[in-house]
Write a protein that binds this ligand. Sequence first.
Ligand code: FES
Length: 128
Amino acid sequence: MIDLPVTNRRPLAQLVVCQGCCCGRTDRGRPEVPVGRLKDVWKGEKLNRSVQLTVSGCLGPCDLANVALVITPGGNNWFGGLAGDAVYEALIAWARECHHTGRVAPLSAGFDGLRFERFGASEEGEVG
Ligand code: FES
């Protein structure tokens, strides 16, 4: 029997906010990604215990900048076209709710219009 690796760091979810070659590049006419605000909230409220925040390099779908990925045990949720403070504040509110309830909270309905399919059609979802 193989001993599989086990991590002690098991949050409820992970939020990956892209800040790559396009996302957040205000000098290229893209909306700002408020990385400082996000990091301050996550650090100040210890949200990483519940929702891991990752600021990433390019995630790929630059044509939909700004991009964010919400990873939960239920799957990957890709969002594009994030712009303005309100949408990032909604992500903060969502993470706070997850943190305080100890459960993966649903994202607000406003995210439905930002959701996109990242991958091409495939019947097989397993890797390897
Ligand atoms: S820079 Fe964000 S998807 Fe490419």
